[in-house]
Ligand binder design. Sequence first.
Ligand SMILES: [Zn+2]
Length: 320
Amino acid sequence: MFKKVAFLTTVILVLLSLRDDTVRAEGYIVKPGDTLLKISDEYGLSVDTIVNLNRLQSTILEPGQYVELPDIYRVMVGDTLYKISMKLEVSLSELKEANPAMQNQRWIYPGQIIHVPINNGMVFMGDSSEKRIALTFDDGPENTYTPQILEILRQENVKATFFVVGERVREYPEQLRRMYKDGHAIGNHTWNHPHLSKVKDKEFIENIRSTSEEIERVIGVKPNLFRPPYGEIKDHQLEWLQQQGYQSIMWTADTKDWSGVSAEDIVSKVKQEANPGVIVLQHNYHATGPFETVQALSVMIGELREQGYQFVTVPELLGD
Ligand SMILES: [Zn+2]
């Protein structure tokens, strides 16, 4: 027995010593009264770093919830930001973005703690340093709700982002053309909205390619944004998308507008989730039953503007 324990201890010690001890991970258990902003301030992080690392689909935290914090790197003698960015294989701007406290700092010093930027291939929240929000609309185009939504966005002078479905682009190309002409950003939302976790690789690739080709045929530009239907995607599919130059865009605020909720509920949900950098999920397609996205839209825009928010497209929110 003792031998076995000693052996296991040795194995663990050897494994630990193999790890680079200048980088280590941390976690946090949410306490009552905690907010994303409070936690990010406490650790010198940006809110979007926490949201994207934890793949949070809401800005509201529950007490007892476990929140992963980014790995930390301890600056060594002779380190420069450039050297660190090479070591961690991240760009200088990613490094600075993940460490907002460093913005006003001229020097780094040995022992200083630096947060390691994350890139897990998915964006749930954009830059949280400015009061900007991105409205997104999925599953179109079609010709009932899409023209009404485009009209409201035009009147309100708001640029949004549409994640379109290939087979509907083929059916309603004129609606896609108008979206693009009005200055909205366009993303790929697959050809026929499958559960990607269930499709074979060949079908997955074909689904993405055919949609991007159809979009390019209509507006002359290939999209580089992608959103997986139902938010379902496998890691190797994310990797393929990244290699192909797509950014996979999720959301921070889900209006659940497809579920028959009232316009009031949609507006209050978005107000609850409103934070700088939030990506709002809505739809511009609905098969049957109540659907109040159109009724909610100008009220939502008005109320958020009153709170000082500006509306931008997803690429703008990501600083592209
Ligand atoms: Zn969808």
